[in-house]
Design a protein around this ligand. Structure first.
Ligand code: FCA
Length: 326
């Protein structure tokens, strides 16, 4: 009798652990701009983590708040365990947290950190983001270095400082670059804050055009903004207004497809360089952190800041190789 009980307990145990095993971990990765090279890269690295750890990755595009809320419900209905998100609007932070709770999902953010209605970061949600101000300073430093290499005089140069004011990480990036320039002698009066909506080439192109029309006398330009597509928009606006590529130094941030396509062009365009960010840290490490949270109950660090490295047309392949991107 004892033996039988023992045996059935044993079988029961095996069966139980098998069913426990059968429920594969499921993690969502929700991004605001699926068409952008940066988010494609993040997804790619998240997939690497999924393969390695054997969880199911659900990639979802959510370009606005409505899509994001239904994405969360959808993940809940699929019995996912948690999700990582780059939200289309950081002020949705509280609503996202609430919705995640309702759906019994763990949540962490990448790139764009959730803020409260008054703009304060929501620190209870683990976040992986770039050290935005520092990376902005890096952009400023690189602009200045190239300006010196071209022997430009401060007095002849205008700086188009594209800024997406609704997004804190964008503001910090642009401010970091502008502050660096000013701290190193660039006249503040020649730095033109150029606000644009959303972060895409079309919007920054339009904002750039408006500025150029007002500053027609300036023939040499620096261009910077929150990422590659934004800086490229500014550069295109200048080129479209007859400023030669050699008289433009545009620097972006991300180092994904948009920048690579620029560098691959035969002729040097006004887009001079990009600060390559770590898509692997944002895509792979966030996914691993979420997986460990789900499987081991280990909540990810409240905040992780990542760095970047400058690349130009001349060395982008070597830099990408070094970073394991090619
Ligand atoms: C933001 C930008 C992206 C990328 C990311 C790190 O989300 O929109 O292009 O720069 O931060």
């Amino acid at each position: 009798m004892k033996k039988i009980i023992l045996l059935s307990l044993l079988i029961g145990g095996v069966l139980f652990s098998q069913t426990a095993f059968a429920k594969k971990v499921k993690i969502g990765f929700v991004v605001k701009q699926p068409e952008s090279g940066w988010f494609q890269d993040e997804w790619k690295f998240a997939e690497k983590a999924a393969k390695e750890k054997g969880f199911t990755l659900v990639k979802i595009a959510a370009e606005d708040g409505d899509k994001l809320m239904s994405a969360i419900d959808n993940l809940g209905a699929q019995q996912a365990d948690g999700f990582i998100v780059c939200t289309p609007n950081v002020k949705l932070g509280k609503a996202i947290v609430r919705r995640a709770k309702q759906n019994k999902l763990k949540v962490m953010s990448v790139d764009d950190r959730f803020v409260t209605a008054s703009g304060k970061p929501i620190t209870s949600v683990p976040h992986i983001g770039i050290s935005a101000y520092k990376i902005g300073q890096q952009v400023g430093e690189s602009l200045l270095k190239e300006m010196k290499a071209r022997k430009w005089q401060f007095k002849d140069v205008g700086a188009m400082a594209l800024v997406y004011e609704q997004l804190p990480t964008a503001q910090e990036r642009t401010k970091g670059a502008a502050d660096y320039l000013i701290a190193h002698g660039f006249p503040k009066a020649n730095i033109f804050m150029t606000p644009h909506e959303l972060d895409n080439t079309e919007k920054s192109f339009n904002a750039g055009n408006t500025l150029i029309a007002k500053k027609a006398k300036i023939k040499k330009w620096l261009v910077f903004g929150m990422n590659d597509q934004v800086s490229i928009g500014g550069v295109r606006a200048l080129e479209g207004n007859g400023i030669a590529a050699k008289n433009i130094i545009g620097i972006g941030i991300n180092g994904s497809e948009e920048a690579i396509n620029e560098f691959k062009k035969k002729k040097q365009t006004g887009f001079y360089g990009t600060v390559i960010l770590s898509a692997s840290k944002h895509g792979y490490e966030s996914s691993i952190a979420m997986y460990n949270w789900i499987t081991k109950g280990k909540k990810p660090a409240p905040i992780t800041y990542t760095t970047g490295i400058l690349a130009t047309k001349a060395n982008f392949r070597a830099v990408r190789k070094k970073l394991g991107l090619e």
